[in-house]
Design a protein. Structure first.
Length: 285
C-alpha cells in the first residue's frame, strides 16, 4: 500500500490547501459527464457555457477539479495543447498580501495580484477572487498560483449566503457520505511534474512547503509532488486515492474505462489525460 507524504509541521505558512486543479480540454462535456455522472462526484460548479469558454467543477474530497474548454488556446505553447493538466491554485492561509511575503521569503516572486469582479444580486460590484501567479514555479505550460476567494463572492451558481469555505465543506461531506461514490475516491494524492531542472525546482518547492530533503515534497499533508526530468515544465499525471482498489477496478472494468492495471495502480481512460488510482494509507495525525 502506498504511503501518504509525511506530515510537515512547518509547511504552508503561505497557503493552507490546494484550492483546485485545472484541466484544459478541447471539450468540457465528456469529462464533466464522466466525473459527475459516471463517477458520481459532487458538482462544485454546474457546467456553464460562455462566449470565452465552457467549464464546470467537480469535488475530489480535498480539492476541486476545474474542467475548462476555452474557445481559443493561443495562450498555450505548441508543446502543451489540450488535453492538459494546466496547473493548480493554492488557497492562501492568511490575507493574500501576507502569503506573497511568505513566498518572497522562500525566494519565489509573484505576479501582482489580479482581482476578478462581478455584480451580486443587489447590483453591487464585488470581488469574487484574486489570483497571483508564483513565477519561479510556473511556465506557460504549467501555472501555479494563489487564489484567494472573497467571502462575498457572487459567482454563479453559488448562493451568496454561503462562503467558499462553507461550500467546499458541504461538497466534502457529500462525497464522504457517499463513501467516495462508485470509485471510493477519498482525495487527490499526488501530482507528477516534469521539469528541465529537477534540482532547482526541488529546492524551490521545498523552500515553499518546508519539506525536508530525503522526504517527499508535501504540497499538503496528504498531497505530494513528484518532480521528474522533462523537456518542459508540465504536469504529467494526477493520482487519486481510493478506499478499495479492487472495487475501483471492478467498476472501471465493467464500463470499459480501465486503461491499464499494474496491480497496485489503475489508469483511467480519461480523454488522453493521465489519471491514476491507488490505495493509500491515511495521512499522519
Amino acid at each position: 500500500m502506498a504511503q501518504s507524504p509525511a506530515q510537515n509541521t512547518s509547511m504552508a505558512s503561505s497557503y493552507r490547501s490546494i484550492d483546485h486543479v485545472m484541466l484544459r480540454l478541447h471539450a468540457a462535456e465528456p469529462l464533466f459527464q464522466l466525473f459527475s455522472e459516471t463517477f458520481g462526484l459532487p458538482v462544485a460548479w454546474p457546467l456553464q457555457r460562455t462566449d470565452f469558454a465552457t467549464y464546470g467543477w467537480v469535488h475530489l474530497g480535498n480539492t476541486d477539479l476545474e474542467l475548462w474548454a476555452a474557445t481559443a488556446n493561443g495562450d498555450l505553447p505548441d508543446h502543451a495543447q489540450p488535453p492538459l493538466i494546466h496547473g493548480f491554485a493554492l488557497e492562501p492561509a492568511s490575507p493574500l498580501a501576507e502569503s506573497l511575503e511568505h513566498a518572497m521569503e522562500a525566494g519565489i516572486t509573484c505576479k501582482p495580484p489580479r482581482a476578478f469582479q462581478s455584480e451580486n444580486s443587489r447590483g453591487e460590484r464585488v470581488t469574487n477572487f484574486t489570483n497571483s501567479v508564483l513565477l519561479e514555479l510556473s511556465a506557460p505550460s504549467c501555472c501555479v498560483f494563489f487564489c484567494e476567494w472573497d467571502q462575498r463572492a457572487a459567482l454563479y451558481p453559488w448562493p451568496e449566503t454561503a462562503t467558499p469555505v462553507q461550500r467546499r465543506a458541504q461538497h466534502r461531506q457529500a462525497l464522504q457520505d457517499s463513501g467516495g461514490c462508485p470509485l471510493g475516491i477519498t482525495g487527490l494524492h499526488a501530482l507528477r511534474m516534469g521539469t528541465p531542472d529537477v534540482q532547482t525546482h526541488q529546492h524551490r518547492w521545498r523552500a515553499l512547503t518546508g519539506s525536508q530533503p530525503g522526504h517527499p515534497i508535501a504540497v499538503t499533508p496528504d498531497v505530494c509532488l513528484e518532480l521528474v526530468p522533462g523537456e518542459h515544465l508540465l504536469i504529467e499525471s494526477l493520482s487519486l486515492s481510493v478506499r478499495s482498489l479492487s472495487i475501483a477496478r471492478a467498476f472501471l472494468s465493467s464500463r470499459h474505462l480501465l486503461q491499464a492495471d499494474s496491480g497496485d495502480v489503475l489508469s483511467v481512460a480519461c480523454e488522453g489525460l493521465q489519471l491514476h488510482l491507488l490505495e493509500t494509507s491515511p495521512p499522519l495525525p
